[in-house]
Design a protein around this ligand. Structure first.
Ligand code: ARG
Ligand code: GLU
Length: 684
């Protein structure tokens, strides 16, 4: 009996040890390489990251400010997500050339479209600089002095590095809650051109209905090319620039994927909070997420109602609706996952064990201190979050604020024009009524801005207040707004609303948050150390902070709920099953229907699921197989697993990738862009 019990126990431990979570620093990948090899990886640590020779890292870029992209040809060709290239595709689109609707395929480099403002950053090298950053700091110093030291030393290190390596962009970033600092040096290319993209009905297929969901059938990719000066170094846009020659690019695997295959993701994950105290997790899952979801539901309801009634309004609000819906759905999965997995209780139990271990050490009492300080922070943080999701999203108030803040008359007019092009008063007014009513329910009377209480008293209800505001504000009418002077605008009720609410957030919430966060920074830094000493044998990875990371796992389906099992791959058959000309999100191009009818294409692969630990910023990341070949492009996670930003659970957490063979199929068969295909290196 005892033997059996021990056997089960060791099996359980094997399961916890095999959890695939982790976003590892590439320069330290040698610490993971044995585990990766055991799981099927065939390359060496030097192949992944090297500063002496070309390695996989040289084929990965930070695309713009918040996505990842990867090089796929020796002539600077790069692939990322359609949703990452979206704003640039949109900027090049007009009624005559609607690349969003029809897609775009350049036939030669002369047809490629320069993208103003777009840059890609290659990580040249990284190294630890903790000792230099903390020079002059001593334990026991107050937090404000530490902040100053870190800032001054950090600036000095960056300046010296830039002088030694002209042309590089250098930053120093904290890791492990400020227990370590690393320097990152990038080469930033600013001439990047659009090469191709599928129509949105493929690149955004499924829209927000399918977003964060499986089964998924989105062809979420777009193609760009990096250009350089004659010396292959960064140069601002010039017709004389030439395609950049990367040190490394990914060959494309045509062999395909199957359940269990090793997968490896290289990219720039934005932010995670894996080591926070249970009090912070409880706040997120039980208080913050539900309140924010509720506020966004109200706005989505108003948008949906009016978007369904008018084609014009649907277009006006499609981008706004997508961005409101994206986090709304993610938070729902996060709160659900935290609840369903008992993350708060598991953390509490862990904290109990850690506290017992910490007795008599310098970490004694750390968990209790964190609990107390989080309790102190909570009302202010909540107030700020509610403000950000209510008063701060009233469109007419934002337009008034932008108008007052802009000194240049021409720019003011341009901004107004852009505002009215995509603004529909009934949506804004109904959203105002709904979110400000909710504000009064969520924030106690004695904490609210006096302006808010006085307005309620004056008008009797939020709805009557809204009637008055949207009737009397000059910003409610385009022609009146254009006739305003900035001085008049400052008296406008929409501006008064904006300013009174913002001042409240800045005076009531912000100073307290800053003050309490100083204490939290110190405690969290200590708590991180405590966790690392408590679990000496555990491999800790630093939270994501938009620096380059590697994550590995394998192709795998999942069971979202009792009785349901998802396969890890989707095919073109599923695209056709969803196809519906009546529903915007599922209306595929006629060419794809014709193509499908013309041959046996039902098994063309479209997307797949894997267990890699990813987050926002990993969009566009290369998904690489055991041999280092490209098998997919990451673009999403499943909503049941978005708790992975806080706690990775191998049972529910999956990333979603575009199968690279779908991109090949679309480029070749739909785009007829053989010129692009011929640049690629395809390998079985
Ligand atoms: N959920 C993916 C990611 O966060 C894709 C987002 C694309 N936008 C959308 N609203 N569908 O960011
Ligand atoms: N779509 C996300 C992005 O834009 C990636 C999905 C995620 O959050 O994992 O980066």
């Amino acid at each position: 009996m005892k033997k059996l019990f021990l056997g089960v126990l060791s099996l359980l431990c094997a399961i916890c040890a095999s959890a695939d979570g982790g976003m590892w620093l590439p320069s330290l990948v040698s610490e993971r390489i044995d585990d990766m090899a055991a799981k099927g990886f065939k390359l060496t640590a030097e192949d992944v990251y090297s500063i002496n020779r070309a390695s996989l890292k040289d084929a990965v870029v930070l695309f713009g400010g918040g996505c990842t992209g990867e090089l796929i040809s020796g002539s600077g060709l790069l692939i990322t997500n359609h949703h990452c290239g979206y704003s640039h595709i949109q900027r090049h689109s007009s009624v005559e050339h609607d690349y969003l609707k029809d897609g775009f395929w350049s036939k030669n480099t002369a047809e490629e479209l320069p993208c103003e403002g777009l840059s890609v950053s290659f990580l040249e090298y990284m190294r630890e600089v903790t000792a230099e950053v903390l020079e002059g700091w001593e334990p026991g110093m107050d937090e404000a002095s530490r902040e100053d030291i870190v800032k001054v030393n950090g600036e000095k290190i960056v300046a010296a590095e830039k002088e030694a390596h002209p042309g590089l962009k250098v930053s120093v970033e904290p890791l492990f809650m400020g227990n370590q600092y690393f320097l990152f040096a990038y080469r930033v290319y600013t001439d990047v051109r659009l090469v191709g993209c599928p129509p949105s009905s493929i690149g955004k297929f499924g829209g927000d209905t399918d977003n964060w969901m499986w089964p998924r059938h989105t062809g979420d990719f777009s193609l760009f090319r990096v250009y350089a000066g004659a010396d292959n170094l960064p140069a601002d846009y010039s017709p004389d620039n030439v395609p950049f020659k990367p040190r490394k690019f990914f060959p494309i695997s045509t062999a395909g994927v199957k359940e269990g295959d090793f997968t490896f993701i290289y990219g720039f994950p934005g932010s995670t909070q894996e080591y926070i105290h249970s009090a912070a997790v409880r706040y997120i899952a039980e208080k913050s997420d539900p309140a924010k979801i509720g506020l966004r539901s109200l706005r989505l309801d108003a948008q949906k109602k009016h978007m369904a009634r008018s084609q014009k309004v649907r277009i006006q609000y499609s981008a706004k609706n997508a961005s409101v819906a994206n986090a709304w759905k993610k938070w729902q999965g996060e709160a659900l996952g935290i609840r369903r997995n008992g993350v708060v209780d598991a953390k509490r139990e862990y904290e109990k064990r850690l506290s017992a271990w910490a007795a008599g050490t310098r970490f004694e009492g750390i968990c209790d201190s964190l609990e107390r300080v989080y309790a102190e922070l909570e009302p202010y943080k909540f107030a700020l979050e509610i403000y950000n999701e209510s008063a701060a999203v009233v469109e007419i108030a934002r337009a008034a604020a932008a108008f007052v803040a802009e000194e240049d008359a021409a720019k003011r007019e341009k901004a107004l024009k852009a505002f009215y092009k995509d603004w529909y008063l009934p949506i804004d007014k109904e959203s105002f009524e709904a979110v400000m009513t909710r504000f009064s329910e969520l924030i106690a009377e004695d904490q609210r801005p006096s302006y808010f209480n006085e307005s309620l008293q004056l008008y009797g209800s939020v709805n009557v207040w809204a009637d008055s505001l949207f009737r009397s504000s000059a910003f409610a009418s385009e022609s009146k707004a254009f006739a305003l002077s900035p001085e008049q605008a400052e008296q406008d009720p929409a501006y008064v609303f904006y300013k009174s609410m913002r001042d409240w957030a800045q005076e009531y919430a912000m100073p307290q948050i800053r003050r309490i966060n100083r204490r939290l920074d110190l405690l969290n830094r200590e708590y991180m150390q405590a966790q690392m000493s408590f679990e000496k044998d555990k491999n800790f990875f630093p939270d994501a902070n938009l620096t380059l990371r590697v994550a590995y796992g394998n192709v795998k389906g999942y069971e979202p709920s009792d009785g349901v099992r998802y396969k890890p791959v989707s095919t073109l058959k599923g695209v056709m099953e969803k196809d519906n000309p009546e529903i915007f999100d599922y209306n595929i191009p006629q060419e794809l229907r014709d193509l499908y009818a013309s041959g046996d294409y039902s098994q063309v692969p479209v997307c797949f699921l894997a267990t890699n630990h990813t987050t926002g910023g990993n969009s566009g990341s290369p998904v690489i197989n055991a041999e280092g070949k490209l098998i997919g492009v990451n673009f999403d996670r499943v909503w049941e697993g978005t708790m992975s930003d806080i706690a990775f659970d191998p049972y529910f957490c999956r990333n979603i990738a575009l199968d690279i063979r779908y991109a090949l199929f679309i480029i070749k068969e739909l785009g007829k862009a053989d010129n692009i295909i011929s640049e690629l290196v395809l390998e079985p």
